[in-house]
Write a protein that binds this ligand. Structure first.
Ligand code: FES
Length: 129
């Protein structure tokens, strides 16, 4: 194998590697479609608060409010304090009321409200990608 062929091979190898790395990075920068979850009405029963993975569903009369459980401070998963009826972040104790409004702590922002709409037999929840 001549030196010219070796450099040509290395050049193609490098270009292929850089190209695929670039495509991978670009694909992560593109917005992903929202994840859609159907919650059936009978799953919700008479509960006031329902947890689906990283989402809180809070009953509000005939509707549900969907809130992200990701804390707006550093992204920890927020829990619920039954005694005070507040959402509490276990990392730095930020607190939020039942509508996701910021009450105290370092978060300084409300919990993210997610899209939810009534469909036949349940609710369609959209979680941003
Ligand atoms: S991550 Fe929630 S208060 Fe810091």
């Amino acid at each position: 194998m001549t030196r010219r062929k070796v450099f040509k091979f290395l050049g193609y190898f490098l270009l292929t590697g850089l190209g695929s790395t670039g495509l991978l990075c670009a694909s992560r920068l593109l917005p992903r479609p929202p994840k859609k979850i159907v919650v059936k009405e009978d799953q919700l029963q008479k509960k006031k608060l329902f947890v689906i993975g990283e989402v809180f569903l809070v009953r509000q009369k005939e509707r549900w409010l969907a809130l992200s459980r990701r804390c707006p401070h550093l992204g920890c998963l927020v829990g619920f304090d039954n005694r005070k009826e507040e959402f509490v972040c276990p990392c730095h104790q930020s607190r939020f009321d039942l509508s996701g409004r910021y009450l105290a702590g370092p978060a300084k922002k409300d919990l993210l409200t997610l899209k939810i709409k009534k469909i036949e037999g349940g609710w369609l929840l959209e979680i941003p990608g």
